[in-house]
Design a protein around this ligand. Structure first.
Ligand SMILES: NC(=O)N[C@@H](CC(=O)O)C(=O)O
Ligand SMILES: [Zn+2]
Ligand SMILES: [Zn+2]
Length: 346
C-alpha cells in the first residue's frame, strides 16, 4: 500500500543561504519544497541595516531559477550599534520580518554580535512596541561554561531576565537542542516560540563523536545527549503551536567542514521534508507534520499559511544527491545514516 500525505506547502523559519556562488547553488534546494524562509543575516560583513537587507533580498530574488517561487523573509543582524529608527523603518517598509540576536562569538560569523544586552535595550524596546520578533541564538559564549551546557545557562542568565524585563517582546528561541529549551518554551505565553531543526531530531552527540569524528554532523548548538533528542521529538510532534520548523540548513563547502578547525552547520535543505516524514511516522504523528512545518510558524509570525500543497509518498528507498556541487565548491547533504522511504512528489 502506498502511503500518501498531502499538506500545505511548508516554510523554513531559520535558513542560511549565504551569498554569491553559494547562494546560487543552494537556493533551489530550499525553493523546491519551501514557500518562504526566514533568512539569516550572518554574512561577511553581516546584514545590519534595512538598506543592506533590501539589497540582500534582491540578490536572493535574482538568484531564484526561472519557474520557482520562493519568498525570502529578511532579518537584521543586531549589533551594539544598531539604530532603533532604522529597524523600525525597515519593519514599516516591509523589508524585515525579524531581528537576529547572536551573542558575540557564539557561532559562524558572530564577531559583530552582542556582548552586553543592556546596550541593545533601546532597539529591543522599540521592537516590542512595534511587534517585531527577535530571533535568538541561545548560547552563552563564556569559555568557563561547557559547550553542552551553553543553551541551558543562556536561558537562565540571559533569556529569562530579558523576557521578564520586556514581556511584550516577541521572541523565537532558535534551534533549541535541550529538554531545558523545550520546557522553557512550553512554559511561555504566546509571545514565545521555538524552532527545531531537522538534524536535532535525528542525531545525538554520539553520532558526532563515537566511532570516528563526523564533521558533517557538527553544528551549533552542538547535538546533545539522547534524552534531549527525545524531548525535541516529543515537542516537534506534539502539535503545540509554539514549536515550528527552522531547518538551520547551513551550507559550508566540504573543504571547510573536513578541516582541522571545521565549520559548524548541517546542510538539510535538500532532504528535510523526506526526513521529517520519516521522523513523524516513527513517532506516530504524521497527522501533526503539517502543524510543525506549515501552520505553527506562520501563526507565530502573523502571516497566512501557504495555499499551495505538497504531497509526500512512501515507496522505494529515497535518493537524493550526496553533495550539491555549487560554484563555491561541493556541499555535503545531511546523511541520516538510515534508509528513508518518503518522497516529495514533483
Ligand atoms: N548552525 C550552525 O552550526 N551554523 C550556522 C550558524 C548558526 O545558526 O548558529 C552557520 O551560519 O553556519
Ligand atoms: Zn544559530
Ligand atoms: Zn542558523
Amino acid at each position: 500500500m502506498t502511503q500518501r500525505l498531502t499538506l500545505r506547502r511548508p516554510d523554513d523559519w531559520h535558513l542560511h543561504l549565504r551569498d554569491g556562488a553559494m547562494l546560487q547553488g543552494v537556493l533551489p534546494e530550499s525553493a523546491r519544497h519551501f514557500a518562504r524562509a526566514i533568512i539569516m543575516p550572518n554574512l561577511v560583513p553581516p546584514v545590519v541595516t534595512g538598506a543592506q537587507a533590501a539589497a540582500y533580498r534582491d540578490r536572493i530574488r535574482a538568484a531564484l531559477p526561472e519557474g520557482m517561487t520562493f519568498t525570502p523573509l529578511m532579518t537584521l543582524y543586531l549589533t551594539e550599534g544598531t539604530d532603533p529608527a532604522d529597524v523600525a523603518a525597515a519593519h514599516a517598509e516591509g523589508i524585515v520580518t525579524a531581528v537576529k540576536l547572536y551573542p558575540a562569538g557564539a557561532t559562524t560569523n558572530s564577531h559583530s554580535g552582542v556582548r552586553d544586552i543592556a546596550k541593545v535595550m533601546p532597539v529591543l524596546e522599540r521592537m516590542a512596541e512595534i511587534g517585531l520578533p527577535l530571533c535568538v541564538h541561545g548560547e552563552v559564549t563564556t569559555h568557563e561554561v561547557d559547550i553542552f551546557d551553553r543553551e541551558a545557562v543562556f536561558i537562565d542568565t540571559v533569556l529569562d531576565p530579558l523576557r521578564r524585563r520586556l514581556p511584550e517582546l516577541r521572541v523565537v528561541m532558535e534551534h533549541i537542542t535541550t529538554e531545558e529549551g523545550v520546557a522553557y518554551a512550553r512554559a511561555g505565553n504566546d509571545t514565545l516560540g521555538a524552532t527545531i531543526t531537522t538534524h536535532h531530531l535525528i542525531i545525538n552527540r554520539n553520532h558526532i563523536l563515537a566511532g570516528g569524528i563526523k564533521p558533517h554532523y557538527y553544528c551549533l548548538p552542538v547535538a546533545k545527549r539522547e534524552k534531549h533528542r527525545l524531548a525535541l521529538r516529543a515537542a516537534a510532534t506534539s502539535g503545540d503551536p509554539r514549536f515550528f520548523l527552522g531547518t538551520d540548513s547551513a551550507p559550508h563547502v566540504d573543504a571547510l567542514k573536513e578541516h582541522a578547525c571545521g565549520c559548524a552547520g548541517c546542510f538539510t535543505a535538500t532532504n528535510t521534508m523526506q526526513l521529517l516524514a520519516h521522523v513523524f511516522e516513527e513517532e506516530g504523528a504524521l497527522d501533526r507534520l503539517e502543524a510543525f512545518a506549515a501552520l505553527n510558524g506562520p501563526r507565530f509570525y502573523g502571516l497566512p499559511p501557504n495555499e499551495e500543497r505538497i504531497t509526500l509518498t512512501k515507496g522505494a528507498a529515497a535518493q537524493w544527491p550526496a553533495k550539491i556541487f555549487t560554484e563555491a565548491g561541493p556541499v555535503t547533504v545531511f546523511d541520516p545514516g538510515f534508509p528513508v522511504h518518503w518522497h516529495v512528489e514533483a
